[in-house]
Design a protein around this ligand. Structure first.
Ligand code: HH2
Length: 276
């Protein structure tokens, strides 16, 4: 059996993408150099704990978040990407803006992680196709600033699945190959609690043949809605439970804040399942 791959990584076991936010509110010292150095050190620690991919983002896409100017987004992420790529890490850039993608790829990023599945900027598919890099295509209904106001679907699983298949087809038309494609149902992006749960239960149906599947549940709001975990910092146990459920459903990659803890949970789960 040939082992499936994404961005050069073998998908014969669950892969962790470590989240590195380079947003001013993430860092107490406020200074640009300080923020970059702290982000690089944090990313190095995530890699040492078992993250195969380091996901660098300079714009929060949490519900209600306001957009960041593209120049500012580049100033935040490019130095961090350059340092991590130079140190040999596999880096993804979490952005929906083509100019940021272009600069991130020039700095050494090998994956574009786009919450708009390359629909948010008319140049982004071109940047990815010309750059010959891998892409994570995520489903979102609406825009981060307003997406949680009134999410509505007739058939959330059918609609998200059809959207992901259509975005994979658009990428294939531009020459992207299977090992460069990954889909993501976009948990929490224009979805109610019922929508998120329906998608997590239906992950096997959301697969697009040939493409990898990534799921991001780490510290998300639905965990608070199902438990007493009021703030994101309280949601590690729920994140581990949801992450394991996603892997059971066929997720190849988990996007997580807590890499060491998720690695341990996955190692135990794999042992019980006799997956050596
Ligand atoms: N979730 C967030 C950001 N980017 N990308 C993918 N592919 N899948 C996700 O589920 C996903 C994502 C969450 O938003 P953000 O405000 O960036 O918070 P954090 O990066 O701390 O998770």
């Amino acid at each position: 059996m040939t082992i499936r791959r994404f961005a050069g990584i073998a998908l014969d076991r669950p892969i962790l993408m470590g989240i590195v936010n380079v947003t001013p509110d993430s860092f107490s010292d406020g200074g640009r150099h300080g923020a970059s150095a702290v982000a690089v050190a944090h990313a190095e620690a995530l890699a040492a704990a078992g993250a195969a991919i380091l996901d660098i983002g300079g714009e929060s896409t949490r519900p209600g978040a306001q957009p960041v100017p593209v120049d500012e987004e580049c100033r935040r992420v490019v130095p961090v990407i350059r340092a991590l790529a130079a140190a040999g890490h596999l880096v993804s850039v979490d952005t929906r803006h083509a100019p940021v993608m272009r600069e991130a790829l020039a700095a050494g990023a090998r994956i574009v992680n786009d919450v708009t599945a390359l629909t948010g900027d008319r140049d982004s598919l071109d940047v990815v196709a010309r750059g010959r890099v891998a892409v994570v295509l995520m489903h979102m209904q609406g825009e981060p600033a307003t997406m949680q106001a009134a999410p509505r679907y007739d058939d959330v699983v059918g609609e998200v699945g059809a959207y992901l298949a259509q975005r994979v087809a658009a990428c294939r038309e531009r020459g992207l190959r299977d090992e460069e494609l990954c889909v993501d149902p976009g948990i929490g992006f224009g979805k109610t609690l019922a929508h998120n749960l329906a998608l997590l239960r239906a992950l096997p149906r959301l697969r697009v043949a040939g493409a990898a599947m990534l799921v991001g549940v780490s510290r998300k709001g639905f965990i608070g809605a199902l438990s007493a975990a009021a703030t994101p910092a309280d949601r590690l146990p729920g994140s581990l439970a949801a992450g394991l459920a996603a892997v059971e459903g066929g997720a190849d990659i988990l996007r997580v804040h807590d890499v060491a803890e998720t690695r341990q949970a996955l190692d135990v789960w794999r042992g019980i399942r006799r997956l050596e």
